[in-house]
Design a protein around this ligand. Sequence first.
Ligand SMILES: Cc1ncc(COP(=O)(O)O)c(C=O)c1O
Length: 510
Amino acid sequence: MLAIFPVIQLAMIDPICILNIYSFLKKRPIQMEFSAGQPSERFLYHQVVDLISDMQQKGTLRPGDRIPSLRQLAERLDISVPTVKQGYLELERLGLVEARPKSGYFLRASQARMNTPRKPRQSTRAVPVGRQEMIEQVHANVHQHNALPLAICNPVSALPPHKALARNMRRVISLANEQALGYGPLNGFLPLRRQLAFRYLDLGVQADPEQLVITNGAQEALTIALLLLAKPGDVIAVESPCYFGILELIESLGMLVYEIPICPDDGLCVDDVKRAINTQPIKACIFSTSITNPLGAMLTETNKQAIVALLESRDIGLIEDDVYGDLYFGERRGLPAQIYAKKGLVITCSSFSKTAAPSHRIGWLLSPRFAAQAARLKRALSCTSSLLNQWTLSEYMASGEYERYIRHLRDVLKINMQRMKAKVESAFPNQTRVSSPHGGAVLWLELARKADGAQLFQHALEQGISIMPGTLFSPTDKYRHCIRLSYGVPWTEEVELAIERLGRLAWEYW
Ligand SMILES: Cc1ncc(COP(=O)(O)O)c(C=O)c1O
């Protein structure tokens, strides 16, 4: 037993892990997270995977260590042997453990661990974006071909909630009849704004439903926020690499972009933001304040608070893009930057696109200071958003199903991320750098310097796979050798084979 859990290492690991090990040693059932309505069997084997991978990550289990036998773990966890077996098979697929005939399961001694992508140098000046044409071409190709969609970041397709949404929509139509098909209030359906306000209250943000405006996805919320804070010719600071939809928006509005590189792990550094606002005429910033796309980095709360204070001290507005905030893999959600705003200069934008259905096109903007102006702009831009979809989502939230679904989705995405990373690590050249996302649904890969993501995109399409070329994520060519892969897909053998094929293509550049 002591060989498996050396006492000396207990001090180095976190309290939950210690609790689990303690429970293990004392033959007590481990605390499991269950929620009503979720298939518990799935969670049980996920917990086995999480427990062993946590122990591996924290060094409690070392490469080559024997892990508990199926029977031992089943007894200690008070679950069935087949469930533990399912967990171990999953760990084998992830390349974390290996079964040795007549000896049991062992933590794999050699695990190819790839480095995380490098942080590029900070830009010297603001530039026009000039990526619209390329984005159009990529989109046209991705949608034309019937390719395996590793290009599109659509997390909910890993666990489609269509049945629950359809049930709620049918209920709304049968209860509200033709009322549900009308225009509805211009700033959004009040019960939905109330549900969102409750949710923000849970996160510690005192949001009033009147400070929320319902929009057509987060993209319209970002558009409104940008129109409120800046005008053509102004400089907008973004994190780099940056979601191409934001770059395209800045380009469409005739603004310039200044890129601030982020660390793959912690997101933005306060000093980099300080340097940017000291050297550039920055009018507003658009930052992902919890999980970034494409790196999956998570801004620390300390940095977030310091960045909000810094920007507010210079009267620079912060548009926070929080679409992936709920899809975190750690223990806690990142808080909205709104919570740290003292002068009302933070505008929060988010949507249901990554946690319910992008086709609903329902998002929102939260701003205690600018809500009335935002509502006016929303009316001018698109009048209102679909009442039927808003009503459906508010019922879905009120029933508690939404929260349960997100919890389940996070679990599935985390497992998919581990599977995709393990597959990339075995199929791609060792020198490849790959992100370690703290959440979201995409991996960011840095290939050989001479690799061309756009060329790889074409070659992959010819093989029936769509990927996102890195060039789209910056107005300059600094990510030409990078690609983005989405693990927001149902995990199948086809996905694994696709990654093997992509790996073979990547080898050609080394
Ligand atoms: C970081 C980020 N922000 C905003 C959006 C736009 O979201 P929506 O589909 O709700 O307009 C996306 C969509 O991919 C995104 O990745």
